[in-house]
Design a protein around this ligand. Structure first.
Ligand SMILES: O=P(O)(O)OC[C@H]1O[C@H](OP(=O)(O)OP(=O)(O)O)[C@H](O)[C@@H]1O
Ligand code: HPA
Ligand SMILES: [Mg+2]
Length: 176
């Protein structure tokens, strides 16, 4: 275990098992649809890679990179990298590592709906329900987690720890 990790919450095996369960649900719901998996960079990459192994449909992938900032308009986010395709009429599944305040996903979801997507749903590996300040829920959520700062399996603190093969709680002394 990494020295900065206080506690492991989910191992690689548990995450993979969860991806299998989520994959089944998603396959069932999107059987007759043209599904586009949209990963939000950078945190979603390991989860998207694992989850997509269990979605046995002809899906396509696209990526978006957004950053949020605090301003007069608190819902503002800037797009650092936009999707490569026009989403009009398409069924979009936003793939995320974590749903926390909900700011990122509520804004991106509204943006893609505005562009005329046929549907925009969310699959998140982790759901930190206590962190929520924007009214948004995921259609598919892997694990509900307590209100602690987590790292690993894509999740970073100052861009570190994304490569840990598990999700763990970061020791408080690392950010205090
Ligand atoms: O629900 P929210 O409060 O919006 O938080 C969740 C978002 O924050 C993190 O991304 P971040 O902006 O740190 O980018 P990253 O994926 O590159 O780490 C995470 O990957 C989610 O995208
Ligand atoms: O707990 C977290 N860890 C890493 N990144 C995050 N972004 C929102 N919440 C978190
Ligand atoms: Mg981050």
């Amino acid at each position: 275990m990494h020295k900065d990790v206080k506690e492991i919450l989910f191992t690689q095996e548990e995450i993979s098992e969860k991806c299998k369960e989520l994959g089944k649900l998603i396959m069932n719901d999107y059987q007759d649809k043209e599904l586009v998996l949209v990963g939000l960079l950078k945190g979603s990459v390991p989860f998207l890679a694992e989850l997509s192994k269990f979605i046995d449909l002809d899906v396509t992938f696209d990526y978006m990179d957004v950053s949020s900032y605090e301003g007069v308009e608190s819902r503002s986010i800037t797009i650092k990298k936009d999707l490569d395709q026009d989403v009009k009429g398409k069924d979009i599944l936003l793939v995320e590592d974590i749903l926390d305040t909900g700011k990122t996903l509520s804004t991106v979801k509204a943006m893609l709906e505005e562009r005329g997507a046929a549907s925009v749903e969310i699959v998140t590996m982790l759901d930190k329900k206590e962190g929520r300040t924007f009214p948004i829920e995921a259609k598919y959520a892997g694990f509900e987690i307590p209100n602690a700062f987590v790292i690993g399996f894509g999740l970073d603190f100052n861009e570190k720890y994304r490569n840990l093969p598990y999700v763990g709680i970061l020791k408080e002394e690392c950010y205090q």
